[in-house]
Design a protein around this ligand. Structure first.
Ligand SMILES: Cc1cc2nc3c(=O)[nH]c(=O)nc-3n(C[C@H](O)[C@H](O)[C@H](O)COP(=O)(O)OP(=O)(O)OC[C@H]3O[C@@H](n4cnc5c(N)ncnc54)[C@H](O)[C@@H]3O)c2cc1C
Length: 291
């Protein structure tokens, strides 16, 4: 199918882009890599009066090591995160997650800002942003602001962004030294969106868990941190009992959909299995051993 007619503006700066959004009074849409928006236009699921192309804005595709963490420009591509030495060094769980995003051709076009703003409930990057306590940098016509990832995602394809705002970057705090991580996803075919995915990080002091993070996606309207499970993991060693309790806590916290790909019951079962796997993997990476 062909998209509906629209006006086209090639923005040359962030200021230019948000001014054009403000002028369009809710009828404008940014386009970056086009990997989500173009299918939506072609299927007539979106019909903006004006498309504002941010793809030519210079200087927004960097991956920079800062005191706060790794700051990734909105126009950095999924493939850039997948292959970045800085990501591999500081946030290997992020590099691993990016390998599960679609196919290489899509990872070469799709942008970080586009994926976060699109907020697909089964996408890997929003999951990573929530797991890693990322902060989004947002600019509007009047002011700029920073929003923690957990507050940014509100529902399926719904975020905290105002109509006239643009995501300009995201900062991922570094993982603590010695922190172990796990990422697991199941999809029907390689490159498909996840039926369910889980990710965890574990830090240890000796054999005692000093910090636990656990997040899931594909099993609710938005990516979720499961704080009850995290609290249950803290203190003491990682045992089979703790792993089972965490998996049960995750299964009780999520609200999966049934669709043509999988039933809600299957997704709930799956996320329990994936939770156990990511916890074992994180412990093994942190301690060199594992259960
Ligand atoms: C066949 C196929 C399989 C896919 N599989 C996966 C998958 O497994 N996992 C996954 O995560 N994704 C998957 N995707 C989606 C892909 O990752 C997209 O690239 C990504 O979701 C959107 O990035 P984009 O730059 O292409 O955004 P666009 O399509 O250009 O825009 C998407 C939305 O974000 C808005 N937007 C874009 N940039 C900004 C910005 N800087 N600030 C504010 N709003 C902005 C646009 O207005 C639009 O609403 C798949 C896509 C296809 C076509």
């Amino acid at each position: 199918m062909k998209p509906p007619a629209f006006d086209y503006i090639a923005a040359t700066s962030v200021e230019d882009a948000v001014a054009a959004l403000a002028r369009s009074e809710g009828e404008g849409k940014l386009i970056a890599g086009g990997q989500s928006l173009m299918p939506m236009l072609n299927f007539r699921l979106a019909g903006p009066a004006v498309l504002i192309d941010v793809g030519r804005i210079a200087g927004l595709d960097g991956i920079e090591e800062t005191d706060e963490g790794l700051t990734v420009g909105a126009l950095a591509r999924h493939a850039a995160l997948e292959t970045s030495p800085g990501v591999a060094k500081h946030l290997p769980v992020l590099a691993e997650a990016m390998r599960h995003v679609a196919h290489l051709a899509i990872r070469n076009r799709g942008t970080i800002g586009g994926s976060l703003s699109h907020a697909d409930p089964a996408a890997e990057l929003p999951l990573m942003a929530v797991l890693l306590d990322a902060v989004l940098h947002i600019t509007g016509p009047e002011e700029s602001r920073e929003v923690p990832a957990e507050e940014f995602f509100i529902g399926a394809l719904t975020t905290d962004l105002e109509d006239e705002e643009m995501v300009t970057a995201v900062t991922f705090p570094y993982l603590p030294a010695g922190c172990g991580w796990g990422f697991e996803e199941v999809s029907r075919r390689s490159g498909d969106f996840a039926l369910a995915a889980a990710a965890a990080t574990l830090s240890f002091e000796g054999s005692v868990i000093s910090e636990a993070r656990l997040a899931v996606t594909g099993v609710d309207d938005l990516p979720l941190r499961i704080s009850e499970a995290e609290e249950g993991l803290m203190g003491g060693e990682l045992t089979e009992e703790k792993i089972s309790a965490a998996a049960e806590s995750v299964q009780a916290s999520v609200n999966p959909n049934s669709d043509a790909q999988a039933s809600a019951d299957y997704r709930r079962h799956l996320i329990g299995v994936l939770t156990a796997r990511v916890l074992r993997a994180a412990a093994a990476r942190a301690t060199g051993g594992g259960l």
